[in-house]
Ligand binder design. Structure first.
Ligand code: FAD
Length: 598
């Protein structure tokens, strides 16, 4: 062999040692369906069942009962439970969102591996890869984009992997000597945030950064970036990831952290769930809890359009002067009915201090006689932070805060916020998001921002999620979030604007068909509304988990300058494209349903 060839071969060998297995794996041009002659035989499925210790189950589709007979007992039973997120989560054939008109409707997999450990997941991954099957991963099942369900697929279902362990002095694997020990919590990837909050906050007196909705899955949220009520103080959930155990496309169980597979680790921090591997557990930084968490809940009706526009302007000024910092998060809603609804939360604000903060705004509203009316009770209050997710304490002190899972034998901790009720088993009509940069709060921009919010609200109400933009956050939270894959525009955004609407129904269920024409009209209204906002924030980007299914430029919108790096991590760990989700990294190489390579 001549010297040049020898050096080339040597280079290839070195590359193979560095690259995980799939570089050599075959690249299927299409995935198999049960109707295909080469769909795995029953004997093959039986072998998989044995390998996963009996955890392979056929997936039932409870909604089929209602398609067959709307009046039947099975359908009645489903309808009595379908608004309970825990009931939905316990069924591998259901998802929290039932569909999105003109985009997708939930469909069950053929089989699920109801995994109890990483080896079960590895067996599912190997089986899907070796048999060219469409593989789907589901944890909490809260994807708005429908990325945790697909017909004719094999489902890796992590629901039963919800162990939670606290650590006083965690050091990521192989980081001994470079990383200081710190408090941390390890969660099985099927845990939901309520389980994590119960262990870390209610029991442990500390804090872990997760999602606002209690029933969202831990692994799904972390891989999206992930924001909770207090993210303006602590940063994104991904920014607190210390280590993940993940099964990659080659079936290997890997540890990803700053010292082992650091590129994969970075991609898992916001690169989008379901694209890089199946996460089997995550270890997250545990933070200090402040003395108080609190809330400001107000609803103000304006008497006219002009009064409403003035109210928005006044609120924008007030937000910039008094609330634009790490202590105030969650939402304001600019309604198309000229109602401004404030549902904000506070970090470490004592009860009297909260009232003082809001006083100038309330005085202004009260002083504008006849122009504004407060609707319902106004609440500005704080509670001991450790009680925020304490179900027993809430029953006694703030009844009605949570909705409880009323099924016999359900854990008392199976609760969800009143505010999430409307999104259980709903059908999306339209959903878009946009980060609004903090420069819009400058003196010479606030009038433009006000006009855009008012003009947008003439089409559809606008939610401003202040906790999902990190301008105003502490430096440390910003720096940790900067080291994640999420679109960096989040660092300079004061909020994420979300405009969304939905209804009920599922195709084929008599009397409960989705209202397609209302949905299309609504989608158009949402588009017009967002166009008003995009006019003042043209490079805003969108949050992958809470965004438009029909987003055209999704690579840039979700990840901005980070997309190229994500694409190279995808190529390294999943070169054959085993992991596919709609508008996920690498999905551009596949048909919309993920079955045919383009
Ligand atoms: C009612 C509601 C409220 C929400 N509130 C918030 C909020 O407050 N803050 C916020 O940031 N987001 C919020 N979201 C969005 C939510 O965080 C994302 O949809 C998240 O990805 C859901 O994770 P999941 O495990 O529940 O969902 P799933 O549908 O199970 O998973 C979501 C995606 O992650 C993948 N995935 C799941 N588990 C794994 C795993 N173990 N390994 C690899 N991939 C996996 C799935 O394949 C899918 O693509 C909300 C969504 C809903 C429906």
């Amino acid at each position: 062999m001549d010297r040049r060839k020898f050096v080339e071969r040597l280079g290839q060998a070195a590359l193979l040692a560095f690259y995980p297995g799939p570089l050599l794996a075959k690249r299927p041009s299409r995935r198999r369906r049960p109707s295909d002659a080469d769909w795995p035989s029953q004997a093959a499925w039986n072998r998989l069942r044995k390998e996963v210790e009996g955890r392979l189950i056929p997936v039932e589709f409870p909604i089929a009962q209602c398609v067959q007979d709307t009046e039947g007992a099975a359908c009645e039973d489903l309808l009595a439970n379908i608004n309970n997120p825990y009931f939905i989560g316990d069924h591998p054939g259901l998802t929290q969102t039932l569909g999105w008109v003109d985009a997708w409707f939930t469909k069950p997999s053929i089989y699920a591996v109801a995994a109890e450990n990483a080896s079960h997941i590895a067996a599912a991954v190997n089986f899907a890869r070796n048999n060219d099957l469409r593989l789907v991963i589901k944890g909490g099942g809260h994807s708005y984009q429908g990325t945790s369900n697909a017909p004719d697929s094999l489902l890796a279902w992590t629901r039963h992997m919800h162990d939670i362990t606290m650590h006083d002095a965690f050091v990521p694997h192989r980081c001994e000597g470079t990383h200081k020990p710190q408090r941390a919590v390890t969660c099985g990837s099927g845990a939901i945030w309520m389980q994590a909050y119960a262990a870390v906050t209610t029991k442990g007196g500390a804090y872990v950064q997760g999602g606002g909705c209690t029933t969202v899955g831990v692994a799904g949220l972390v891989q999206s970036g992930g924001f909770g009520s207090f993210s303006k103080h602590y940063g994104s959930a991904a920014a607190s990831l210390l280590e993940a155990e993940v099964v990659t496309a080659d079936g290997k169980i890997r540890i990803a952290n700053p010292c082992s597979n650091p590129d994969l680790f970075w991609a898992l921090k916001g690169g989008g769930g379901g694209s890089f591997g199946v996460v089997s557990r995550v270890t997250l930084r545990v933070h200090e809890l402040p003395q108080f968490f609190g809330a400001a809940i107000l609803q103000i009706q304006a008497s006219s359009n002009d009064d409403f526009r003035r109210l928005i302007r006044r609120f924008v000024d007030f937000y910039r002067d008094r609330l634009f910092n790490h202590r105030w998060g969650e939402q304001a809603f600019i309604g198309s009915n000229n109602v401004l609804s404030i549902n904000m939360v506070s970090y470490d604000v004592a009860p009297d201090e909260g009232k003082n903060v809001w006083q100038p705004f309330l005085e202004w509203v009260n002083g504008s006689r006849g122009a504004y009316t407060f609707l319902g009770d106004s609440i500005i209050a704080s509670i001991p932070a450790q009680k925020w997710w304490d179900v027993e304490w809430s029953k006694e002190h703030l009844p009605g805060r949570f909705v409880a899972d009323g099924r016999p034998g359900a854990s008392p901790n199976n609760v969800w916020w009143q505010g999430n009720v409307g999104e259980t088993a709903w059908t999306i009509y339209g959903y878009e998001s946009l980060w609004l940069p903090a420069i819009l709060l400058d003196d010479n921009s606030r009038e433009r921002l006000t006009n855009a919010l008012f003009a947008g609200s003439r089409h559809q109400g606008i939610q401003l999620h202040f906790n999902k933009g990190l301008a105003g956050a502490p430096l440390d939270a910003v720096d940790r979030t900067r080291d994640t894959a999420i679109n960096p525009v989040v660092l300079n955004a004061f909020c994420l604007a979300i405009v969304a609407n939905g209804g009920g129904g599922y195709p084929g269920v008599g009397g409960r068909e989705p209202d397609v024409s209302a949905a299309r009209k609504s989608r158009e209204q949402i588009r017009r509304c967002m166009n008003e906002l995009r006019a003042v924030a043209p490079n805003g980007g969108a949050y992958v988990s809470e965004s438009n299914f029909f987003e055209q430029n999704w690579q840039h919108a979700y990840w901005g300058a980070n997309f190229a790096r994500l694409a190279s991590v995808k190529k390294k760990y999943d070169s054959t494209g085993l992991f596919f989700v709609h508008n996920g990294v690498g999905s551009e190489k596949w048909s919309a349903d993920g079955f045919s390579r383009l």
